[in-house]
Design a protein around this ligand. Structure first.
Ligand code: ATP
Length: 686
């Protein structure tokens, strides 16, 4: 399987040796500096006077018989940037061309800011904003977004996963959501997950939780392999990885790159990855490297050829220097002084110009496709064989039918299942919810204990309903906004591969959050109701409880609306706090409902707290007999008079409940619509 890698290693070693014997390091740096004094043109393209390793006759094997899986031609990308009041277009990529073949691993290398991630995102169909030109073809045809995003696995730099799920559950949920029941039985999905874990050497930790900064979980390297597993389980044609080695120690980093290479070979898929500074072993895993500097293509070919190519241009790789470091060095801007900066700029300009003027892009396949074909037709490598053998006729043999989605109900069930597991295992969240219920119960229960029917109890009763309204809305918003943002982050990363529908995501959230929010609120509401000694009787209790439940549902709807609409959690929590404050101010307790200025009175009517508060107060005071002390001219013996005094008689209890239900439906609808609108991918396709 590693004939090619072995050969590359040998060639790299021999080339590095030959370079080292013919150049002292003094000469090498000298040659780089000498070049700086040369005019930029005409270019002495020594590379073309030596045998062209790209001419297909270099003994590496046959070429051009495989069709590229993905090809990109003259890709140019610009964004609008603002610089001191002035806005202008900045070109991040300048006419980049290339292709990747099945069974091939391509490394995108370059200094920081070279445009690697930008190019990777364009190739993966994940670029948003800006102006994109050029041509990208998948299996020789223009990409169809719906099909392409399901054929390509994108592994982001940040591994966004549920920390409470185990390794196996994480990959299994990806399989359940992305592999349709029509094509794969449950058993096949289980087998597939097991095989992916085995390939990625994760089987021994399949029961370990992913973990996060607060809860220790799997290691960084294992985490990255789980991310790759999530992508691989869907059997993609191509895997795209953004900095898969960042933050890993060199052993883990090597392991990740080697595993990607092995899987690429054995499955006959294609891989493209950006790597910051690969060591020599990692460099050997790439069949070809695409070198970028300042958005320009500087080289595209095997690492061995790169060494030879740069040497022919006057930049020999110094003895014992990691070739990748050397490539990055000569492609980097040197900011040490204005002179150095100018020289490095000219060097980069020269390198990109030289490469564009070399024979590229005429099928410069220097890598040993013979090796790939050996694998393809080696019966011992059956998986890769069938895949690679197929690749000669991708356009005709591949399944290009529109991708099927999982059944809608199955999607809701699976997502709700995942939410239940993650919520139940979220210890801090559950503790906060329980603590809130118990503390509100004790606090309000003791504060308003046994109110009695004296005239003073009017204020206490009114105050109790106000406190209940306030506490429940703050509680629901603060608890569920946070967990919603966490789940939304993961959804935003999963949406690019079309894993599931927005409607099923939203519904699953409501299905899991609502019962929890309602039950935890009932605990303290019912407890406080009886501790305070409010009007007994099933009808009274159930009416107040129903109104209170409506408030919880509306509050959750508003929480999800803010969570869907506002991009960041920090801003969303401010918006939520403002919403609750406004509701409460206009809730009918702080200001007499009838005395508000007409110009702001309308705000009362959009406050769900107002209807629920009015409904609960009316229910409680309806038929309530209060004990008046003798000779107290202010006494109101009938509860209904209190309602009138506070002007809380604008709507009947039934109307309050109906309006509350209407608001609950409306806010949830708005929340879903804004989620759809905000989370809708706006990727550019060429
Ligand atoms: N949307 C954007 N608006 C403005 N500038 C951008 C935008 N996206 C990227 N850039 C700039 O384009 C350049 C290339 O960015 P990119 O992230 O592709 O580089 P990179 O090679 O991946 O760098 P690194 O290795 O540091 O991640 C950088 O200078 C970056 O600041």
């Amino acid at each position: 399987m590693n004939i090619q890698s072995g050969r590359q290693l040998a060639v790299t070693a021999s080339r590095v040796d030959s370079i080292s014997s013919s150049n002292s390091s003094q000469q090498q740096f000298g040659s780089t500096r000498d070049f700086m004094e040369q005019p930029l043109s005409p270019i002495d393209d020594g590379y073309q006077t030596t045998p062209d390793p790209y001419d297909g006759t270099d003994g590496y094997g046959s070429k051009g018989q495989l069709a590229p899986l993905l090809s990109w031609d003259n890709v140019t990308y610009s964004v609008r940037v603002k610089d001191k009041e002035q806005s202008s277009m900045r070109t991040l990529l300048h006419g980049i061309s290339g292709e990747v073949y099945p069974g091939e691993v391509i490394g995108l290398l370059g200094p920081s800011g070279a445009g690697k991630t930008t190019l990777l995102n364009i190739l993966a169909g994940r670029i948003e904003g800006g102006v994109l030109n050029g041509k990208v073809q998948f299996r020789g045809k223009k990409r169809v977004p719906g099909i392409f995003k399901r054929r390509v696995a994108y592994v982001e730099q940040e591994d966004v996963m549920f920390p409470m799920l185990t390794v196996e559950e994480t990959i299994m949920f990806a399989a359940k959501l992305r592999l349709t029941d029509k094509k794969y039985s449950q058993l096949q999905k289980v087998e597939r997950v097991a095989s992916v874990m085995q390939q990625l050497r994760l089987s021994h930790i399949k029961g370990s939780k992913i973990g996060d900064a607060l809860n220790r979980g799997v290691s960084g390297g294992e985490r990255k392999r789980v991310s790759i597993g999530v992508g691989l389980v869907t059997d993609p044609d191509m895997i795209v990885l953004d900095e898969p080695t960042s933050g890993l120690d060199s052993n883990s980093a090597e392991m990740v790159v080697e595993l990607v290479r092995d899987i690429t070979r054995s499955r006959g898929i294609a891989s493209v990855m950006t790597v910051h500074q690969p060591n020599a072993n990692m460099l050997n895993c790439f069949d070809r490297i695409l070198l970028l500097s300042q958005g320009h293509l500087v080289f595209f070919g095997s690492a061995n050829d790169a060494i030879e190519y740069f040497e022919s241009k006057g930049f020999p790789c110094p003895l014992r220097q990691n070739p990748a470091d050397f490539f990055i060095d000569i492609m980097s801007l040197n900011n040490r002084s204005p002179h150095d900066l100018e020289l490095s700029r000219r060097r980069i300009e020269f390198l990109s110009q030289s490469f564009s003027e070399s024979k590229y892009p005429a099928a410069k396949l220097s890598l040993s496709y013979g090796g790939l074909y050996e694998q393809a037709f080696n019966p011992n490598l059956a998986v890769g064989a069938s895949r690679v053998a197929n690749t000669s006729g991708w356009g005709t043999t591949a399944d290009e039918s529109p991708p099927r989605r999982a059944n809608w109900l199955f999607e809701v069930k699976t997502l709700a299942q995942r939410d239940v597991i993650t919520t139940v295992r979220h210890f801090t969240f559950l503790s906060a919810v329980c603590l809130n219920s118990v503390s509100v119960l004790l606090l309000l229960g003791l504060l308003f204990f046994k109110l009695g029917n004296e005239i003073e109890s009017i204020q206490n009763r009114i105050g109790l309903f106000f406190a209940l309204t306030l506490n429940s809305t703050y509680g629901v918003m603060s608890h569920y906004l946070y967990v919603y943002y966490k789940a939304k982050d993961i959804m935003l990363s999963e949406r690019g591969s079309g894993s599931y529908r927005m409607s099923t995501f939203y519904l699953a959230k409501v299905i899991v959050y609502l019962p929890l929010a309602v039950l935890s609120s009932w605990v303290y509401f019912v407890g406080i109701y009886f501790m305070a000694g409010l009007q007994p009787g099933a009808a009274k209790v159930l009416t107040s409880l129903s109104l209170f439940t409506v408030l919880i549902v509306v509050t959750l709807g508003v929480t999800l609306l803010v969570g869907s609409f506002v991009d960041t959690y920090d801003l969303a929590s401010v918006v939520c706090a403002l919403a609750v404050t406004t509701w409460v101010i206009f809730g009918g307790h702080l200001a007499n409902a009838g005395d508000l200025l007409p110009v702001i009175r309308w705000m009362q009517f959009i406050s769900p707290a107002f209807y629920v508060y009015e409904g609960m107060v009316r229910t409680e005071f309806d038929g309530l007999q209060l004990h008046c002390r003798a000779n107290n001219g202010l006494c109101m013996a009938r509860g209904d008079d209190v309602v009138k005094l506070y002007r809380l008689d604008q709507f009947t209890v039934g109307q309050c409940a109906l309006i509350g239900v209407g608001m609950a439906v409306l806010y949830n609808l708005f929340a879903y619509m804004s989620l759809r609108w905000k989370a809708k991918p706006r990727y550019l396709w060429i």
